[in-house]
Design a protein around this ligand. Structure first.
Ligand SMILES: [Zn+2]
Length: 317
């Protein structure tokens, strides 16, 4: 297809053809290209910023987030947290009493968690619906597409990007902007799907994290390292660490897999209870209750082949 890799400029070839929005029914088919040099994969979707606003405001479901859904994330420690893979989320790696920015803060549950631990927490969220929730709970959220000019340079100890960088049209520009907001020695924590792991191999085109056309970038270890380097950050650690619930969602996603252009009942809470067959739902729940999903997820992560990358980065200085 002649595309060049967004990370290393290498030549790309088609990896998967005709992916579609198997969650929310956005129309169209999209090819996924793979870089021959660094293994980075990118969706062949020439979105403009205006396209993305429409994609997220009309198809992405946060418009249905209600204040009643708001509950601050809680502390997670010990064996149970380990078994669940609680550390898969970037916000878990932020210490107490620091100044932290959460890019893509959503409804703000991580911000409330940080505030409860004595942090000065700020969020950026594109979705307008985050505003009333933030006002009600006293959270600092700037509404809009992330732009480093929203904040003073070199003013944060930590920046987190939880399942965000894969949505960026230009991931290097995005992370460079985030890095510019870190104080020297500050840290960025990033989580993003691993499309080179066991999950993508096992589930093929129905893997939950292709998530076309919302996920524009699918990183490899090599392309994540390049991303860090080009953004002026040093990789402190890079591994897979995956929440066991992702495997539960994968089973339910398979059970409800829709035709192109149709929204999946699983990803619509109003329809899931009514329209999904009981048998597959109960089977998936049983796998979870028996902790089989948890053990499978821990095993994949032990092999470094889990579905989620967790990456700790440091700004030199
Ligand atoms: Zn590349």
């Amino acid at each position: 297809m002649g595309a060049r890799c967004a990370l290393c400029g290498g030549a790309c070839t088609r990896h998967l053809a005709g992916l579609y929005d198997d969650r929310y029914g956005y129309p169209g088919r999209f090819d996924l290209a793979q870089c021959g040099a660094c293994g980075h994969r990118q969706l062949d979707a020439a979105f403009t910023d205006a396209d993305l606003v429409r994609l997220y405001s009309e198809y992405y479901p946060r418009r249905e987030f209600k204040d009643a859904d708001f509950a601050p994330h809680r502390e997670a420690h010990g064996f149970r947290a380990w078994l669940e893979g609680a550390g898969s989320s970037a916000f878990r790696w932020v210490p107490p009493r620091v100044r932290v920015l959460d890019i893509g803060s959503g409804i703000g549950q991580a911000l409330a968690y940080h505030q409860a631990r004595g942090c000065e927490a700020w969020g950026v969220e594109t979705d307008e619906n985050a505003r009333p929730v933030a006002e009600r709970h006293g959270l600092n959220v700037r509404i809009g597409t992330f732009d480093a000019a929203m904040f003073a340079p070199a003013s944060f100890d930590y920046v987190t990007l939880d399942q965000v960088i894969e949505h960026a049209i230009d991931p290097v520009r995005f992370l460079s902007g985030a890095a510019s907001l870190l104080k020297p020695g500050g840290r960025a924590v990033l989580s993003t799907p691993n499309s080179h792991g066991i999950g993508a191999r096992l589930f093929g085109r129905r893997w939950i994290n292709w998530h076309a056309p919302y996920h524009l970038q699918q990183f490899s270890r090599a392309s994540l390292r390049l991303l860090a380097e080009k953004s002026g950050l040093v990789v402190e650690s890079l591994r897979t660490l995956t929440n066991a619930s992702w495997l539960l969602y994968q089973w339910l996603h398979l059970a409800a897999f829709p035709a192109p252009g149709r929204p999946s009942p699983f990803w619509d809470p109003a329809r899931a209870g009514r329209e999904m067959a009981r048998g597959p739902r109960r089977a998936a729940a049983l796998l979870h209750d028996l902790r089989i999903n948890h053990l499978a997820t821990r095993a994949a992560d032990a092999l470094g082949a889990g579905d989620n990358f967790l990456c700790l980065l440091r700004k030199p200085g």
